[in-house]
Design a protein around this ligand. Structure first.
Ligand SMILES: [Zn+2]
Ligand SMILES: [Zn+2]
Length: 183
């Protein structure tokens, strides 16, 4: 069963050929490596023709000797253009393969007034198998001559507890201020 957006001519014989499938740029040049397709000798050429008929390029490479696949087996690279469903829903899908992690867009901690420290919060998840999402907090102190960015990586549970603790503390501080305390 192939999860490619096109049907390949294949059989169920042992594969002897691996085709690297690249999606082409608008100029027709191979761009992103999206899949490996395994075929028998007989289906290597027809499969190549099918792939190249979809604005993709197929590079025929030798199969590693210890790999056993049947003709028609498809492997989709999780970071390729054919595997978009591999992103979490919060991911901005912006070059996850290069940065080796999914990331949400940055959420700026914005108070509508000038602050000395610029703070951003991002959700991230490494592409490793079984990696958990993390909360990334980065803070840049703009009062320093060379602003340095400090980054914290928290588990999602820590991020959740932190937001509750901060709410309690900041509400206590606001209560003091409203009631004439020192601020
Ligand atoms: Zn075949
Ligand atoms: Zn992603």
């Amino acid at each position: 069963m192939s999860n490619l957006p096109f049907t390949l001519p294949t059989c169920d014989q042992p594969a002897t050929v691996r085709l690297e499938v690249f999606t082409n740029t608008a100029a027709g040049l191979p761009d992103s490596l999206d899949a490996s397709v395994y075929t028998c000798e007989q289906h290597a050429d027809p499969a190549t023709d099918t792939i190249e008929g979809t604005n993709r390029t197929a590079h025929r490479v030798k199969m590693a000797p210890d790999v056993q696949r049947t003709c028609g087996h498809v492997y989709l690279f999780p970071t390729g253009q054919l595997a978009d469903s591999g992103h979490p829903r919060w991911c901005d899908q912006n070059d996850c393969g290069r940065r080796r992690e999914h990331r949400s867009g940055a959420v700026e901690v914005d108070t509508n007034r000038p602050e000395a420290t610029i703070v951003e919060v991002v959700l991230a998840q490494a592409l490793d198998d079984g990696a958990e999402p993390q909360v990334l907090i980065s803070a840049a102190d703009t009062t320093e001559a060379e602003p340095r960015t400090v980054q914290l990586r928290l588990s999602v549970s820590q991020g959740y507890v932190l937001s509750n603790r901060m709410r309690l503390l900041t509400e206590a501080a606001r209560w003091e201020r409203r009631n004439g305390g020192h601020w």
